[in-house]
Design a protein around this ligand. Structure first.
Ligand code: NAD
Ligand code: LMR
Length: 341
């Protein structure tokens, strides 16, 4: 009898770990661009998420194969592939979270802004479809240039009359993931305990890690030169990967990890978890520009609170000032594209 009770308890525990725990609401997640370099590992990670019951994998082609493959994993989410525009509406219907990594990646020598010409139109048309088929969903925008694609998404939804600024979120989690990794290495602290806020945007100098607010404090005090090097490495992390991949794209695996962390955070917020705080690039009034990344609290309606920047040291204050012209220009470029100007 005791053995049976123990076995039952173990089964329940194992099922819970795979997402069969009772009390977790059914949630549909759609990945747009699911057959791509980010899309495939991200779809795998979302299939493993305990918060997902239905996973819709959409791309212009290739998704039936990805969906068949991922669907064999013995976790809770039911997986379905959707290919081509005429299946997009079905993929989106009922989605609670839509993750968008659709679009072209950089090659060496390119800036993220060089992707605007192609990706702006892709994001606009996908977000239009979201506005029509799942206007209540939280949008997680990964496609670059994020500094412009998030304003494009906002303006596109505004035009459709369904914009809710709490539901449009630019994914900057990879910057936080990088800052944590580089800081832990240099500071000689346990990476699993590290937190570093990263604010601003998601391109070069607009990425500003706030190492003065990093926890835990380092074993040995880091010099100004160390902090400068850590800041620059975080700002250039994407380029480091683009160069190492030598023409075969940009970060995909670390981005899939970061994207899954962020989507899970959105789902936990939707599910009523009271303590979900992540950095995200959102409509914001904490600085002089209308979109900005800082720590936000995620809740049942998406972004429930936007936190200020805290105390900045002189180095960080100078970084904040320096990013503004580029960030403002990228925002305006996105807004005027979506307005059709
Ligand atoms: N936010 C970030 O931190 C971050 C990090 C890494 C990459 N990115 C960006 O993510 C994007 C994707 O990168 P990738 O490496 O996965 O590229 P990829 O080329 O490997 O994959 C992109 C996928 O998008 C699909 N796609 C293109 N147009 C589409 C449309 N209209 N509808 C649906 N799917 C469409 C393609 O078919 C392809 O499968 C790039 O813009 C890249 O710069 C952002
Ligand atoms: O650098 C890129 O082009 C991709 C992405 O934005 C990244 O930060 O890795």
């Amino acid at each position: 009898m005791q053995a049976l009770a123990r076995a039952t308890k173990e089964l329940v525990r194992a099922a819970g770990a795979r997402g069969f725990a009772s009390g977790v609401p059914d949630r549909k997640v759609a990945v747009l661009g699911a057959a791509g370099g980010i899309g495939q590992p991200l779809s795998l990670l979302m299939k493993l998420s305990p918060y997902v019951s239905e996973l819709a994998l959409y791309d212009i082609a290739g998704t039936p194969g990805v969906a068949a493959d991922v669907s064999h994993i013995n976790s809770k989410a039911q997986v379905k592939g959707y290919a081509g525009e005429d299946q997009l509406g079905e993929a989106l219907k009922g989605a609670h979270v839509v993750i968008i990594p659709a679009g072209v990646p950089r090659k060496p020598g390119m800036t993220r802004d060089d992707l605007f010409k192609i990706n702006a139109g892709i994001v606009r048309s996908l977000v239009e479809a979201c506005g029509k088929h799942c206007p209540e969903a939280l949008l997680n925008i990964i496609s670059n240039p994020v500094n412009s694609t998030v304003p494009i998404a906002a303006e596109t939804l505004k035009k459709l009359g369904v914009y809710d600024e709490k539901r449009v979120l630019g994914v900057t989690t990879l910057d936080v993931v990088r800052a944590k990794t580089f800081y832990a290495e240099k500071a000689g602290v346990d990476v699993s305990k590290v937190d570093v806020p990263v604010v601003g945007g998601h391109a070069g100098v607009t990425i500003l890690p706030l190492f003065s607010q990093a926890v835990p404090t380092p074993n040995l005090k880091l010099s100004d030169a160390d902090i400068d090097a850590l800041t620059k490495r975080t700002q250039d992390g994407g380029t480091e990967v683009v160069q190492a991949k030598a023409g075969k794209g940009s970060a995909t695996l670390s981005m899939a990890y970061a994207g899954a962390l962020f989507a899970d955070a959105c789902l936990r917020g939707l599910n009523g978890d009271p303590d979900v705080i992540e950095c995200s690039y959102v409509a914001s009034s904490i600085t002089e520009v209308p979109f900005f990344s800082s720590k936000v609290k995620l809740g049942k309606n998406g972004v429930e609170q936007i936190f200020g920047l805290g105390t900045l040291n002189d180095y960080e204050a100078a970084g904040l000032k320096a990013m503004m012209p580029e960030l403002r220009a990228s925002i305006e470029k996105g807004l005027s594209f979506a307005k059709g100007e």
